[in-house]
Design a protein around this ligand. Structure first.
Ligand SMILES: *Cc1c(COP(=O)(O)O)cnc(C)c1O
Length: 404
């Protein structure tokens, strides 16, 4: 074996001994609250299919008839001959739903984030990111060649200090609902700061879209932020919407700029049109099924109350706005464990007990803050939350901290 591969095996060993080894579980069923894993039925608490739409009959049927009408592959990129009337209709519906002039579909959220940031900025500009932003936003910032500044989590004062020293175009970028913490960006304040500093504001609402807001249009809807307040809105379709893909919504000029310049838009095959058809069906359910959002809030509230009684370490999702607490509960409610090995051991113990809860470790989260990332689906029942809490409490007691 060549030296290069010896080196890889050493790296793999190091990853394993640090408790950071990642491996995949083979799932043998559709997404849902029950998954088949190794012949066992497991209660799922780690999916991002928050509204339970990934396996909804309307969405499945729309996908099937989309395939009958358009076939499977889209044949090319959007700018060549891959842009179908299904894609086009979905873009118009998403623009309308988010209250923006236009929307543009991307194949994934990762690509949307990289594409937008790189299209808008170059080396004369500056990008400002919350330090807990999703990897795709951080990568987009780094790839753009712009001056790259991270600010402390949700800290607008720290952000302002960075902004005061910046030149060129300025872009502030944040998760809406933070993916590994489930808390909310101070969006209303960020919009004010952006305005005062003549900066653009971009929000990635992957975990709020579909889940938050009266009609499900996300954190921007919750806070009543218009296209002027929040010019660059990104949402994903593989989470709350239960399908696949992502979009950017904003002004006509923004969207036209992305069509001309976003490399992850231009140089990739369009999503299958049938996926767009499935997403259109899912959008109808998102708008019509208020009960899914209401039920999710009840589940999160029940979990938080129970977890607090057991003394589990939660991330506080809302601090200053307690009156908004139930309005703004997200479907992500992590329990902080600290050590990576312990988080993994607890997650394994939970799997034995029949619960799938993922252990999230560095580098996805900061060092020393490994956690169980508990997520809820509108299809969970309250009594399943109680069962989960019991199981977590037992597992945590069985698996002591290495430091103790
Ligand atoms: C999942 C996620 C993405 C990536 O979206 P994909 O469509 O899965 O590529 C981007 N941003 C955040 C905050 C996410 O959680």
């Amino acid at each position: 074996m060549s030296y290069a591969f010896t080196d890889l095996s050493q790296q793999l060993q190091y990853i394993a001994t640090s408790g950071l080894y990642r491996s995949r579980r083979v799932i043998d069923s559709p997404q849902g609250i029950q998954l088949n894993i190794d012949g066992r039925s497991i209660l799922n608490f780690c999916s991002n299919d928050y509204l339970g739409l990934a396996n909804h009959p309307d969405v499945i049927n729309a996908f099937k008839s989309g395939v009958d009408r358009y076939g499977v592959g889209s044949g090319s990129a959007h700018l060549i001959c891959g842009h179908s009337s299904a894609h086009h209709a979905l873009e118009e519906e998403l623009a309308d739903f988010t209250g923006r002039e236009r929307a543009l579909l991307f194949s994934t959220g990762y690509m949307a984030n990289i594409g937008v940031i790189s299209a808008l900025l170059d080396k004369h500009d500056a990008v400002f990111e919350d330090r807990l932003n999703h990897a795709s936003l951080l990568d987009g910032g780094l790839m753009s060649d712009a001056r790259f500044k991270r600010y402390h989590h949700a800290d607008t004062e720290h952000l302002k200090r960075h902004l005061n020293t910046a030149n060129g175009n300025k872009l502030i970028v944040t998760d809406g609902v933070f993916s590994m913490d489930g808390d909310f960006a101070p969006l209303a304040d960020l919009a004010k700061v952006a305005k005062a500093h003549d900066a653009w504001l971009m929000v990635d609402d992957a975990h709020g879209f579909g889940v938050l807001g009266a009609k499900g249009a996300g954190l921007a809807e919750c806070l009543g932020l218009s296209q002027t307040d929040l010019p660059i809105l990104m949402g994903t379709l593989g989470k709350g919407f239960g399908t696949f893909g992502a979009f950017i919504a904003g002004s006509d000029e923004l969207i036209e700029t992305l069509i001309q310049k976003a490399r992850t838009y231009i140089f990739t095959t369009a999503l299958p049109a049938a996926v767009a058809e499935a997403t259109r069906a899912s959008l109808k359910r998102v708008i019509a099924d208020d009960w899914r959002r209401e039920h999710l809030k009840q589940l999160a509230l029940r979990f938080r109350t129970g977890a607090q009684q057991l003394g589990l370490a939660l991330v506080n999702p809302v601090s200053a706005n307690t009156h908004l607490e139930t309005e703004r509960l997200s479907a992500i409610q992590p329990i902080i464990i600290g050590e990576s090995q312990r988080a993994v051991a607890i997650s394994e113990q939970l799997l034995k007990a029949g619960f799938l809860v993922s252990a999230i470790r560095p580098p996805t989260v900061p060092k020393g803050s490994a956690r169980l990332r508990v997520t809820f689906s509108a299809l969970h029942q309250e009594q399943q939350i109680d069962q989960l809490l019991d199981a977590v409490n037992t597992a945590i007691k069985q698996i002591p901290s290495v430091a103790d």
